[in-house]
Design a protein. Structure first.
Length: 432
């Protein structure tokens, strides 16, 4: 500031300010807008959010699903008469609907709100494209801090207890390293005046989780209020007022890797390039089954050898063993024949109880059909199966000695009659 000279003051007080009196006052005004940060039609837009005689804590968050233009809605949570309430307002509110009430969350003393989302590069600047619904936070009448994804009750989660104040913000999320995500940070003051925080952030496998509660140990005074902010150099910070009226600022390290430097595009151009195509020779290691027919008046003595290592079941069923017992015999057919199928290659299992049912014999019925029976030493066979039974063919070799792939089939046996297993009887008791 500087003082007005007597000569200039005399000109200002003159009633005739004309060029003849060497006084020709004019005003030149220049207005500048910071269009990269202020998106509204006016430099500042001041609006009344809510009025009430018993109004408490209020928190707002703007929703913008794309990284450009104005928000489409404003979500709000507040306390009125000791009750936590929510509302939404369109933005811009062309039809003057105002705040539309949504739902209540019971008694409370403090509230906060923040949108999750992704930072997207638009016109060389990183901008937050929000999710559809925000996270809300409130402290109930017992001092318990809760979080919830707007109106989805199944997402309600207790964060902490003995809380007096709460704030929330969406921090920076690194676009190149999934585990470098500050997440949605909710900070709060407890009744002992200490500051704590928790984050809902992305992990290295791209899943979002709530991190455990942490104390802001760098702050050692007694807090009475707090707020949070993010900076344009990819940091997040706390602003805390202590009981003596002092303001403390605490700022994180930069979460900038790959974001602080604008992306570049390299366009290569080929010059005097040469391309050579090399012929590739393919060899079939395994081929489908093949039948050779020889027409001759003499015996050729040719044998069909099957050598594919892949096979599968076509069908399977349980049969009556001739005594009315449907739990001891099965028949099945495979896509290809099996060479020297033995009992040790069959693995029969009750899937409900996880029990192995021993196989006693297997018979080749011709073609690709086979019949197997459970061991005579097995009392119940498949009769006590509660659900499906699995048959697996294992450790089988082809005629060329190649190990075949194991394969299995599950089925539900028919006409089973459960067999009661007698309890053991004590024959003799003695002590020594």
């Amino acid at each position: 500031m500087r003082s007005v000279t007597p000569h200039l003051n005399e000109k200002l007080t003159s009633t005739q300010q004309t060029p003849a009196n060497k006084a020709d006052p004019k005003m030149s005004i220049r207005v500048s807008r910071a269009r990269t940060t202020v998106m509204d039609s006016d430099y500042w837009t001041v609006e009344t959010i809510r009025t009430a005689d018993n109004l408490g804590d209020i928190s707002l968050a703007a929703r913008r699903r794309v990284p450009y233009g104005s928000p489409d809605s404003i979500y709000e949570i507040h306390i009125e008469g000791g009750i936590v309430k929510t509302s939404i307002r369109k933005y811009p509110d062309y039809f003057k609907f105002g705040w539309v009430q949504q739902f209540e969350l019971g008694e409370g003393s403090a509230v906060a709100i923040a949108f999750n989302g992704n930072w997207q590069l638009h016109r060389r600047k990183w901008r937050l494209a929000t999710d559809e619904k925000p996270f809300i936070f409130w402290v109930d009448s017992d001092g318990v801090l809760w979080s919830q994804l707007w109106d989805l009750n199944e997402t309600k989660r207790q964060i902490s207890s003995s809380v007096t104040r709460v704030k929330a913000i969406r921090g920076w999320k690194n676009v190149n390293f999934p585990d470098k995500d500050q997440g949605i940070i909710v900070s709060y003051i407890k009744t002992d005046g200490k500051v704590y925080y928790s984050s809902y952030c992305q992990t290295v496998d791209f899943t979002n989780v709530w991190e455990p509660e942490r104390q802001l140990v760098e702050f050692t005074a007694t807090a009475i209020s707090l707020n949070m902010f993010i900076t344009n150099d990819f940091r997040m910070g706390f602003t805390i007022e202590d009981s003596s009226g002092n303001i403390h600022w605490m700022v994180t390290e930069r979460n900038w890797a790959g974001m602080a430097i604008a992306t570049e595009t390299i366009k290569p151009y080929l010059e005097k390039s040469k391309t050579e195509l090399i012929k590739i020779t393919y060899h079939d290691v395994f081929e489908p089954a093949e039948t050779i027919r020889v027409y001759s008046p003499y015996s050729a003595g040719l044998e069909h050898i099957f050598h594919d290592v892949y096979n599968k079941f076509l069908w399977i069923a349980n049969l009556d063993d001739g005594n009315g017992d449907w739990g001891r015999t099965i028949q099945f057919e495979t896509l290809y024949p099996m060479h020297e199928l033995q009992v040790v290659n069959l693995f029969l299992e009750d899937m409900y109880f996880g029990m192995v049912i021993p196989v006693g014999s297997v018979t080749h019925l011709g073609g690709n059909k086979y019949q197997a029976s459970v061991s005579e030493e097995t009392l119940v066979g498949m009769n006590n199966a509660q659900g499906s039974v699995r048959l697996t063919i294992k450790n089988l070799k082809t005629q060329l000695g190649l190990m075949m792939d194991d394969f299995f089939i599950e089925f539900t046996p028919d006409n089973l009659v459960p067999i009661e297993i007698p309890l053991p009887v004590v024959e003799e008791v003695w002590n020594e």
